[in-house]
Design a protein around this ligand. Sequence first.
Ligand code: ADP
Ligand code: MG
Length: 251
Amino acid sequence: MITIAVTNQKGGTGKTTCSVNLAAALALAGKKTLLLDLDPQSHSTISLGIEKNSFTASMYDVLIGNISLPSTLLKTEINGLFVGPADINLAGVEFEFVTRPNRENVLKNVLTKIIDIDVCILDTPPNLGLLTINSLCASDYLIIPISVGFLPLEGLKRLLDVVELVKERLGAKTKLLGTVITFYDERTRLSKESTEEIQRFFKEKCFKTVIHRCVKIAEAPSHGETIFTYASKSRSAKEFKELGKEVLKYV
Ligand SMILES: Nc1ncnc2c1ncn2[C@@H]1O[C@H](COP(=O)(O)OP(=O)(O)O)[C@@H](O)[C@H]1O
Ligand SMILES: [Mg+2]
């Protein structure tokens, strides 16, 4: 199993959108895929059509040790795509883990219980707290969605520094798979300029597929659907299929 953390401590860069639709693209390409929602806001869970009160155990119960990960996983509408749901209790992990030994590697240890899955995507919260650190420690690769606009690289140096620190101090092995440019709008010069800036900085570590700003992709979550069922002919569906193809080379 290859584990990919989708991360960026800035909110609203497209982490959840990329996690959900990339996971769906990989499942549709025949990979048995797991999406673990590690954000207390539960947006990945909700985006996959799973209602808040429809499950009894969440990733919180898994991390705290109340229940095993396999028995928490839920099926989704997409064949071969499973989700480990989040709920608001996850917000307490930060505090509840304070005295726990090896608290940065809890998720990594939990993932050893998973068999028969090809790829596991981790959707992370918009901060560099313990859930994100656990995701860095548990992952083989990182995908960083970056929204184009004013100062697109702002904050990324801090993220890259934290990744290095986590590798040095905690023995994490994660590697940057690539950055994904999101919210691209070809009508604006700012989009073009900040894309060039991102590509100059990350060079070959920037996925070729660019995710354009698109109304359909913003609408899909409130219908509890991925872009592939909500608007299969949309530009976003094509883009996430392409991104999936790029990622498939590694899984
Ligand atoms: N390419 C896009 N075009 C238009 N809206 C988008 C796009 N990507 C994400 N959104 C919307 O922007 C908001 C933030 O995206 P989200 O994926 O939740 O970011 P994050 O998880 O990084 O906070 C959501 O409402 C989402 O539906
Ligand atoms: Mg999110």
